[in-house]
Write a protein that binds this ligand. Structure first.
Ligand code: SF4
Length: 319
């Protein structure tokens, strides 16, 4: 029913990115992992994936690659999904990287995903609480040599986009196992960057129209790219008519986020698109609610009433 399922591995990351609110939950995630609560949530995800058999699963965290049981989790879902997109920050020590059990993972189904918030040393240090840029690049280069697909999505409304792409080419020297995407907006962090993003509407809109020239200027003219959210949201880019939105018209995406959890109860929030206001989400009580609740609200729930607050429309030009 849902082509895409997005879930969150409950295990701390190693990062402190300024644009992301999730790392503030690291102590909580650590506790939930130690108490075995995270495992109950991860088992629920496996149940959901086996039930819906989506085309693609998107796994964020925390940091999924540092989750000690990640290989087992991936093997438990691999027969019920075509592609597994696994988000990583590339922010870990070399020792931690060497401990990641890549060889036990179904690598032929996996794509490592990452959005460089700024691929520029100075801004990087500023925005990551000082994580060494050289180590970040070293991790990308080391994992770049593995025979697994990697996707890097650059943020289209950065003034410095062309320079960032050129930096990436010089420092990482990507081969054909890399694919590239462009993200229309950085929609993480509870609207942390909303003002900046709103101010760059005109630039975003212009770039969406001239991607070939932009990438050719950056020396990427021959590399294929996907424009990510710009493609799926193209129907809204014209006049902002929400009734034409793909996510409203047919079940496309089911995304989960942790809402409340302790040893007694675990409650997730779920939504059907990436752009709902962050306060919105239906609740699912693990162990109490039935799986059919997840699809029932798609048809009978009132989520479409909130589309006037669509975050995507706040960030792009509409006539
Ligand atoms: S909030 Fe926006 S992206 Fe989500 S369903 Fe509504 S119009 Fe579509």
């Amino acid at each position: 029913m849902f082509d895409y399922i997005r879930l969150q591995i409950i295990y701390p990351c190693n990062a402190q990115c300024a644009w992301c609110a999730t790392h503030r939950k690291n102590p909580w995630f650590g506790e939930l992992y130690k108490e075995g609560v995270a495992e109950r949530i991860h088992q629920f995800y496996i149940q959901v994936i086996r039930h819906f058999r989506p085309q693609q699963v998107f796994i964020s965290g925390g940091e999924p690659l540092l989750y000690p049981e990640i290989a087992r989790f991936l093997n438990d879902i691999k027969d019920n999904v075509v592609q597994i997109n696994l988000f990583t920050s590339y922010q870990f020590s070399e020792t931690a990287r060497e401990r990641i059990p890549f060889q036990a993972m179904p690598l032929d189904q996996i794509l490592f995903c990452h959005t460089p918030i700024f691929f520029e040393r100075h801004r990087w240090h500023e925005l990551t609480g000082g994580f060494p840029f050289d180590l970040y690049v070293k991790n990308i280069r080391a994992m770049g040599k593995m025979s697994v697909q990697k996707r890097f999505k650059f943020i289209i409304n950065h003034e410095s986009l062309v320079e960032e792409i050129q930096n990436f080419q010089d420092l990482v020297e990507p081969d054909r196992s890399f694919e590239f995407g462009l993200k229309v907006i950085n929609d993480q962090g509870g609207g942390l960057n909303a003002d900046i993003i709103s101010k760059s509407k005109a630039l975003t809109n212009e770039r969406v129209q001239s991607l070939d020239r932009l990438l050719s200027d950056a020396g990427w003219g021959k590399i294929s790219y996907k424009i990510g959210s710009a493609a799926i949201m193209a129907s809204l880019l014209g006049d902002g008519d929400v009734t034409r939105c793909t996510y409203r018209q047919q079940p496309t995406e089911l995304r989960f986020a942790l809402y409340r959890a302790d040893a007694h109860k675990q409650i997730l929030k779920y939504r059907y698109c990436p752009y709902f206001p962050s306060d919105f989400g239906y609740r699912f009580h693990i162990g109490r609610d039935m799986l059919d609740k997840l699809e029932r609200n798609y048809y009978r729930g009132n989520f479409r009433d909130r589309c006037q607050d669509c975050r995507f429309l706040q960030y792009v030009n509409v006539a």
